[in-house]
Write a protein that binds this ligand. Sequence first.
Ligand code: ATP
Ligand code: MG
Length: 336
Amino acid sequence: QRREIRAMKLCVIAGDGIGREVVPQALRVLQALLPALQVVEAEAGWDTFCQQGTALPAATLAAARDCGAVIFGAVSSPAHKVAGYRSPIVQLRRELGCHANLRPTLSLPGCGADGIDLLIVRENTEDLYIGEEQSDGDTATAIKRITRAASQRVAQSAYQLALAEGRQRLTIVHKANILPLTDGLFRDVARQVAAAYPQLQVDELLVDTAALKLAQAPQAFDVLLAPNLYGDILSDLAAAFGGGLGVAASLNLGEHAAIAEPVHGSAPDIAGQGIANPVASLLSLAMLLRHWWQQPALAARLEQAVRATLAAGTRTPDLGGSASTAAYCDAVIGRL
Ligand code: ATP
Ligand code: MG
């Protein structure tokens, strides 16, 4: 259902490094679009861990839960294992029950390949990522867990998202020929759920074939639905055709919350210079507008302004331009 604009609340977690540059700037753009937006700032990340002994303070988690909508910039992780440190974004996705990870790749003016507009929907809670590994030194085993419940949930989200974005086709990705029980369950459940969405053309591909086809002709794909591991790998492969990390957006979506999350990390090599690309954050916010706040018209306006600004040649250095983070956002605000 449609949420009232005046009830919109956003928990802003800038995090570390360039998260502190791109998030405040992208927020300025969002506020130009939505002057009534309520903003709650919260802390998380490596610096927070160093100061407070936890990377995700209880107050941050409470603010995120209360708002429902979150933007999460980036966190630096320690190069070596540090006792007590847990990745705050991984915790936040789990605590907020964000079961689906959405990773679009689309052609933007003057960056990456042309004619691509695909969306990867990745299951976000299970598969090999449950971290159940053991080893006796000579034999190491990892558990790959696939459940009917999680497969159903992510498949339903994928079909609904596909319809909400006016898409035509959805491809289920799996390796059920080798893993008939685990991937077979994922595939079968996704097929069963598909029966309720006759408007969509649903097909399936083995993950290796999907990788080959994606590398050959990314333009041929529309929506891909995949278990956690394949989704992780394919979304980075797809990102290679976009304009790079500076423009790669994502949304973690659950029933009670959604987290907009630029794909990039804290980029210590360029942090503090004011030149990080805010497009990934802006497009992640557009996904939040479309899929969480159910405001497709506002989302489209934001996306259009981002595109038009790039098309006019205003770009940050990663895209070959000379605009600062703030100058790019000023130009987007000018177009809004
Ligand atoms: P982390 O450990 O936090 O992931 P990292 O060193 O892996 O940090 P990333 O953020 O993953 O850094 O970035 C990898 C490369 O891409 C870096 O060279 C970085 O400068 C560049 N990059 C990432 N995001 C952006 C951005 N928004 N704008 C411009 N360049 C970026
Ligand atoms: Mg990185």
